[in-house]
Design a protein around this ligand. Sequence first.
Ligand code: SF4
Length: 160
Amino acid sequence: MGLLRRIRTAGRVAEPAPPRPDEQVPQKARQLAGSAQVRCVDAGSCNGCEIEIAAAFNPVYDAERYGARLVASPRHADVALVTGPVTRNMAEPLRRTVAAMGEPRLVVAVGDCAIDCGEFAGGHGVEGAVADVVPVDLTVPGCPPEPAAIVAALRRVTGR
Ligand code: SF4
């Protein structure tokens, strides 16, 4: 009963919605009709970016209110959020994951490592940045990027 009372009295915990990002919605994203099923792929990150992605979907940043939803399978996904430099062991799984997604599909490189290998550039186990392995549609810079930046990128995809 205590929990139910807290739920009833807590009210709204999400941050007020920031203004819609004014960058253009990518052409492919226009076909997604305002919602995006999102599959996360850790291609070799330190997990810092994953923590921020998790925060982007928590009740405070609440990416779901803009039409983004996490899914467990690439076959259900329109958008791949890819983090980390792509390690040699993850290059082929990443290619297969993106190939398993239906069209139209978008790949978002999240974090400096995903964009240009960041801290891990030149590492012996690193195959390259995400764009070296699969086509990238959007990037979210930062080490790690803030949840608000991840939400802004998802809003560019959903157009909401
Ligand atoms: S960008 Fe920073 S937080 Fe993200 S995987 Fe690389 S080192 Fe970790």
